[in-house]
Ligand binder design. Sequence first.
Ligand SMILES: C[S@@+](CC[C@H](N)C(=O)[O-])C[C@H]1O[C@@H](n2cnc3c(N)ncnc32)[C@H](O)[C@@H]1O
Length: 250
Amino acid sequence: MKDNGTHLYPNEHVSEKVTDYAFEHSTKLPDYITKHHAWGSDQPKAGFMISPFQTQFQIWFAKALGAKRILEIGCYIGFSALGFSEAVGPDGHVTTLEFDPEYAQIARETFEKNGVKNVEVIVGDANKSIPELALAIDQPYDLIFIDADKISYPNYLALILSLSTSTSQVRLLKSGGTIMADNILRRGVVADRSASNPNATPEELSTEKGGRAEQLVALDRFNKELVQNERLETFLLPLFDGLGMGRLKD
Ligand SMILES: C[S@@+](CC[C@H](N)C(=O)[O-])C[C@H]1O[C@@H](n2cnc3c(N)ncnc32)[C@H](O)[C@@H]1O
């Protein structure tokens, strides 16, 4: 019987070669998206952005779903939103939520500079913006991408589900819609906190108030609530930093 291990990555060298090969053999990103990533890579919080390789996947996936309306929770400087904008096309719509007004401003300027007209940025705490948005929209979203503060992941999931029922007056995510959450493996530490995992550093495991262990607990809780919810069919994709995927059945 075949086991579940992919055995693609026996070491870092092969891992990098395979990833580079996969990147080169997937549909090329438009230049304006690549250029924004290059610019963002020189900024202090460059690590906030998903990778170009993940962007290739997300554009492909959103197009394969036929998504025309996408909600993103966590915009930063608008890099992943550019990918979603490309995926939905000019007649589609992307709403992206961002806490920090300065990041939101950079994202808006980026969209304007590149002639991107189908993305709306909402500034504020997404825990508040999501219920307000649900009341304001006239059509539900096809895809919701969660990529903001990790502590709030369980609440984002609870909000999406409670605002997307057949009996509620509002509908945030359509029936059959997809939830996709980034960083749910946290460089493997969510699955393996043992000393065998070099990413399980004392800083990552810090249980001090506000320490990163709180985020690990929230991510593990999110992963469990995703798979255990009977309204969802799920798949945890152990690619990139881990993508949690759920399809809303009702
Ligand atoms: C990982 S970054 C998003 C990166 C972006 N999706 C990309 O790949 O280009 C997370 C962003 O979420 C924002 N954020 C954190 N907490 C938030 C909250 N409660 N509501 C809205 N945005 C929040 C942060 O300011 C940060 O810009």
